[in-house]
Design a protein around this ligand. Sequence first.
Ligand SMILES: *Cc1c(COP(=O)(O)O)cnc(C)c1O
Length: 429
Amino acid sequence: MKEIVPSPPPLVHNQFESVRELFSQNVVPSYGRFDLVFSHGAGSYLFDVAGKRYLDLGAGIAVCCLGHAHPAITEALVEQSRKLIHVSNLYFTEPQGRLAAELVKRIGAGKCFFANSGAEANEGLFKLARKFGHDEGRFEILTATNSFHGRTLAGIAATGQDKVKKGFEPATPGFRHIPFNDLAAARNAISPATVAILMEGVQGEGGVMPATPEYLLGLRALCDEKKLLLFMDGVQCGHYRTGRFQSFQRILENVPGGEKFLPDGVSMAKSLGGGFPIGAFWVRAPYADLLGPGTHASTFGGTPLACAVALKVLEVIERERLDEQARKLGEWFKRELERLAATYPQVVKRARGLGFILGLELVEKEKIRAFTASDKTAALQFVNRLHEAGVLTIPAGTQIVRLLPPLNLKPQEAGEGISKIEEVIKSVA
Ligand SMILES: *Cc1c(COP(=O)(O)O)cnc(C)c1O
């Protein structure tokens, strides 16, 4: 029986302004935020404080893999929080052990460490690499140009983009960048101090650039030859977004030798908790006990609450075959984006990506007359026009519009997304 609840108070017309004011007075302005204030969500849709509905093809930057307000997540949060939220890592709890087992089952023989974010998961891998190379004086980690690995001091040192480093020098030592998908460059860059290589399977912030199968297999062989650890940053492209649990599994599907590929470490976060904060790294069996008691820790890492939610997210993805959904609908989505690129070459250069990590590359801003008057990048102006049309996407770099929808996006929602994207393209063509 439904309870009779009073109808909500009428919307204050300046709620948008008052929230903005709270931010400008009290929140550190480190983000370039869009002029949108959201109040609630349901499935693939978000609602702003004025009641306008948006189709969310960004999913909180690849986080809300089951969309918004998913009943299974709510249930897991409520059930577990009634029992136990936190005890610290001084003790054992069952959900952490079970979640570790589920991740090991999906990646390979090894163990997991739990943290709270992608940056923190990567920090754990950096420490693992330093411990591994310590007695030989090796410490240096190679990462790719245009990569993204988080905003901590080591994270920005690892990230291959100058814009995240500027103003925060001196950089944490021990990181160097190599061009992505260039195996010869990786080989040439290795010094006597090199101990590990860290790569994204699909560069996310760098504009949706997948690694090639040859590159991944080549890096594995190179790391074996030079006794380096090979780490994959699966924070954005992982968790079934490409149709497989980790993007390297998808990239190496049906590639000779691909089924044997295993990195030495994998970092995870974003979709892992479907919106509840949790990060983790997996480390391959031979190195799984390198970080012994007292060497690494996180107060909040792997709470029963976070792990119960992450277990539920995995259960729903598996039960509803959302991996297949992301793969199939992602293929359809990409073909549609390719059609738009072919139909409107004056606006769209190409589409790229795998499954539900997709990028629409726009032509140079100077070539889109509707965009030349503003000093904002083409990607930003395009994303803003999509907001007006009621669709959320995420810019990457100056020319790429990223699509990272929830894995349970419905076919008709994908159709709505494409038709609104086409509308915006037409309006600027
Ligand atoms: C988002 C992201 C990170 C950082 O994760 P945070 O949770 O923001 O610390 C690291 N690596 C990749 C590939 C990411 O996309």
